[in-house]
Design a protein around this ligand. Structure first.
Ligand SMILES: Cc1ncc(COP(=O)(O)O)c(C=O)c1O
Length: 423
C-alpha cells in the first residue's frame, strides 16, 4: 500500500510538470477569444489584437531586432515555465531522471506529433535541425558513386555534412543553382528534375530558405522524389511553427526542424520526423542497436538530455496554438510585406526575394545599390539602432530582415525610413 501511494504521488508530480503553467495564459486567451477569427486577413492587420501578443515578449529596449531568423525569443510565460521546470528537475534531481523523464518525454512526443500531424512513433526529440538532418544525411543507405543533390541556397551545416559523406564514402555531390525570384513552381521542379540521374539516391530540399525567406514547393518536390525513387530530406528549420501546414500534407518521408526557431521553444530543442516504414533504413548518428531498428527512439541515444527544454516545448506549443498556425503565418507575412511593399519600387533598392504569397515567409532580403551587405547592416545598426544580418555569398548579397510577432509597425516604419534615406 505504501508503495502504491508513493508511485501515485510520483506520477502526480510528473504530470504536473508538463501541465505546469497552463493557467498562466488566461489573460491572453481571454483577449484572443474576444476577436472574430472568421477573417484572418483582416485580423492579421488589426493592431489592437496584436498589442498584448507583442507584450508577451520582452525584447531589448536598446535596439530594434529585425534578426529573428537565428532563433526566436520565448514569450515571458514560456520562459517562466522553463525556469520552473529547471528548478523542479534540480529539486527532484536524479529521481526525476530515473523515474519521470521518459514518461514526460512521451507526452511531449505526442504533443509534437499532434502539432505536426503525424504519429508519435515517427517523431524523435533532438537538439536542433542540424542533429535531425545529420542523422539522415549520414544515415541513409548510399554507395560509392551514388549522387546526392543539394542547392546553392542550402544551409551550410547540411552542405558540410553532405560533403563529409562524399569524402568519407565516395558519394557524388551535385549542387544546383536556384533562382531568387522563380516565375513558377515548375521552374523549381525542372531544375531539380534535370539534375536527377539513375545514380541519384537523395536530395536536400529547404522548405524556407534562410537567406531570403523563399518557400519552395516541398510537396511537389517530394512527389518528384517518390516518382524518381530519390529520398527527399526536407530542411524545415524555418517552416515548422511559422507556416500553416502539417507534415502529413507534404508527402514527405524525412523532415527536420528547430523548435527554438519559430515555435519559440528553448534553445536546443529540435524535431526529427521519419515516416514509419522508412525508419529501419536509416542508421542513427549515435550508436544504437537495441532500441529497435524501426523504433524512432533509436535517434535519441545522445546521452543525458536537456529535459527542461523538452518540458517547455509543451508551453511553446500552447502559446502557438493560442494564436493558431494560419493567423500566425498571415501576420508574419503581413509584417514582411508591410516593409517590402514600401521600398520595392525605389530605384536604389533591390529585393532578393519573391513577393508572391505562396513563396513568402516572414524572412526577406534587401540590398541597396552601391553598398555591400555589411555596409548596409552596419548603417542600419549604427545610425538607426536596427539590428539585421548581412548575407554575402555568391547566391545572394543583401541584408536579411526578419520581423517577429513582437515587431510593431512603428519598428518597420523606422526601417523603411532608414532605407529611404539611402536613395
Ligand atoms: C535553413 C536552415 N537549416 C538548418 C539550420 C540549422 O539550425 P540549427 O542551428 O538550429 O541546427 C538553419 C539555422 O539557421 C537554417 O536556417
Amino acid at each position: 500500500m505504501r508503495r502504491r501511494g508513493f508511485i501515485q504521488k510520483t506520477f502526480a508530480t510528473a504530470a504536473s510538470i508538463v501541465m505546469l503553467s497552463k493557467k498562466t495564459w488566461a489573460a491572453l486567451e481571454q483577449h484572443i477569444s474576444a476577436f472574430d477569427k472568421g477573417n484572418i486577413e483582416q485580423l492579421a492587420r488589426e493592431e489592437s489584437f496584436w498589442l498584448p501578443i507583442q507584450r508577451a515578449f520582452s525584447p531589448s529596449a536598446n535596439f530594434i531586432n529585425l534578426e529573428n531568423g537565428y532563433f526566436s525569443p520565448m514569450p515571458l510565460e514560456t520562459q517562466q515555465a522553463w525556469i520552473d521546470n529547471i528548478r523542479h528537475i534540480n529539486r527532484l534531481h536524479t529521481f526525476y531522471m530515473r523515474r519521470h523523464q521518459f514518461e514526460d518525454r512521451e507526452q511531449i512526443r505526442q504533443m509534437l506529433a499532434d502539432f505536426a500531424g503525424v504519429s508519435p512513433e515517427e517523431v524523435a526529440l533532438v537538439r536542433n535541425t542540424t542533429e535531425a538532418l545529420d542523422n539522415l544525411i549520414a544515415g541513409l543507405p548510399m554507395q560509392k558513386g551514388d549522387e546526392f543533390i543539394i542547392t546553392n541556397q542550402d544551409y551550410p551545416n547540411m552542405v558540410e555534412a553532405v560533403h563529409m559523406r562524399a569524402k568519407k564514402e565516395g558519394i557524388i555531390v551535385k549542387t544546383i543553382d536556384l533562382p531568387l525570384n522563380p516565375k513558377s513552381d515548375d521552374e523549381i521542379l525542372q531544375i531539380f528534375e534535370r539534375a536527377i540521374t539513375p545514380r541519384t539516391r537523395a536530395m536536400l530540399v529547404t522548405h524556407v530558405i534562410n537567406l531570403t525567406g523563399q518557400v519552395l514547393p516541398v510537396r511537389q518536390l517530394c512527389l518528384l522524389g517518390k516518382a524518381r525513387k530519390v529520398e527527399v530530406i526536407v530542411d524545415g528549420a524555418h517552416a515548422l511553427g511559422q507556416l500553416n501546414f502539417k507534415i502529413s500534407q507534404l508527402e514527405c518521408h524525412y523532415y527536420g526542424a528547430s523548435l527554438h526557431k519559430w515555435l519559440c521553444a528553448p534553445l536546443g530543442s529540435g524535431f526529427l520526423y521519419i515516416k514509419k516504414e522508412k525508419i529501419a533504413d536509416v542508421w542513427p548518428l549515435f550508436g544504437d542497436v537495441s532500441t529497435g531498428v524501426d523504433n524512432i527512439r533509436k535517434f535519441e541515444r545522445i546521452g543525458t538530455q536537456p529535459c527542461s527544454n523538452h518540458l517547455a516545448i509543451a508551453e511553446a506549443i500552447r502559446f502557438h496554438q493560442l494564436i493558431g498556425s494560419a493567423l500566425k503565418e498571415e501576420r508574419l507575412i503581413y509584417l514582411r510585406n508591410y516593409w517590402a511593399e514600401q521600398v520595392k519600387n525605389l530605384p536604389h533598392i533591390v529585393l532578393n526575394m519573391p513577393l508572391e504569397r505562396s513563396r513568402s515567409s516572414a524572412l526577406g532580403n534587401v540590398a541597396v545599390k552601391g553598398l555591400s551587405p555589411t555596409q548596409l547592416a552596419d548603417y542600419l545598426y549604427e545610425k538607426h539602432k536596427i539590428f539585421t544580418v548581412p548575407i554575402d555569398i555568391p547566391a545572394v548579397q543583401g541584408v536579411r530582415i526578419t520581423p517577429h510577432l513582437y515587431t510593431t509597425l512603428a519598428d518597420l516604419d523606422k526601417l523603411v525610413a532608414a532605407l529611404k534615406t539611402l536613395g
